[in-house]
Design a protein around this ligand. Sequence first.
Ligand SMILES: Cc1ncc(COP(=O)(O)O)c(C=O)c1O
Length: 458
Amino acid sequence: MNETAPVMVNGFDGSRAAALPARAAELIARREAALGGACRLFYQQPVEFVRGEGVYLYDPDGNAYLDAYNNVPSVGHSHPRVTEAVTRQLATLNTHTRYLTDGVVSYAERLLATHTIGPAHAMFTCTGSEAGDLALRIARQHTGGTGVIVTENAYHGVTAAIAEVSPSLGASVPLGAHVKAVPAPSGGVDFTAAVASAIADLRRHGVRLAAFLADSLFSSDGVLPDPAGFLAPVAALVRSAGGLYIADEVQSGFGRTGSQMWGYQRHGLAPDIVTMGKPMGNGLPIAGIVGRREVLEGFGQTARYFNTFGGNPVCVAAASAVLDVLESEGLRANSLETGTYLRDAITRLAAGSPVLAAVRGAGLYVGADVVSPDTGLPSAELASAIVNGMRERRVLISATGPRGHVLKIRPPLPFGRGHADLFLDVLSDVLGELGTPDLSLPRGRVLLSSKRLSGIES
Ligand SMILES: Cc1ncc(COP(=O)(O)O)c(C=O)c1O
């Protein structure tokens, strides 16, 4: 039987805190007392960072960790150009969008020019969740419908409205009454047919479609980018049913997929609304939407939208610097080139490993299935062993997917070939340790070496 989804993929189990080094155990205890339990940590042995630079993070002892996970500091940790732009703006002016400032207008113009959805407007928020929330409000007003279609393990954020369209939050977080979850586009699923059937089902229940909402890379569904183009017929179908196509580009945007600036562009479609976030300000809280002018105009005529911190001058300075760096350092091209190199090399590793199966990806976003060598079924346990084994060797990745068995490899975009080679050496080492099934154990169990279990960082 397949394993079910853990509460949080790659989450720290608090009962292990006592076994950690004293500094970590003490900080975790204080954190738990101050922040409570909902705010979870990564890894069996959580890691503390005090500094970041480029594609590296540093612990208090000065050890460098190769970051193959974080997509928010997309142009690199503590990029000097972003730091300089933010510092200068903070020392000059920081207000909000109810005053005239040139920065937010210039940035919106520049951002709109990167999209291919026709005449459009931009609106700014602080988080991807707020962007999704706003997109849903607009879609419901524009269409007069309430129905929303998402994928079975989608994640779109944390507000009450967005949690209702985020099935990956688990069974304890109910889906909205008018929300239909369709199987993710993998494993032979006819995705267009699945969406058609969801539309028909909503209709039979008297629910008019407002929107189809999808992450253009289906990250939480297990990283499902292929084949490019498969979403175009879905967009046509959704529109013919009177709904809007909302592309969630929080993960897939800003050059992550390498071939294009936006994930939807890989599919040759023009969404009605696009939501953006995470990498937009390289860590500063700026997110937002762009939407077809015709769609946003109706909303603007009847509702006002003010988000206190959304699009403030300091965050806009960060976002403008991000676009500058993306262009001047050729990071989208690097994402394509290094991402292809990395994916091909992991595919070769998978061919020689009993625990790595399918490898997928677009640009510097790679997902690799981890399976039991005995049954071939998804194994969250082995994925966790790989993720933690790499962390012990100071390389950061995580896992994702409905069964938590997909390695999630998504480094900052300056990740070069040398970093990829380092990454591959460590992955190969960790796979080597996991690769020998111990025949004295029940079939399918794999022994983890004592080295892995005792790898406390100094
Ligand atoms: C695809 C996707 N959409 C939306 C969000 C929500 O963004 P935020 O955490 O900024 O609210 C996330 C965050 O992980 C995401 O991965």
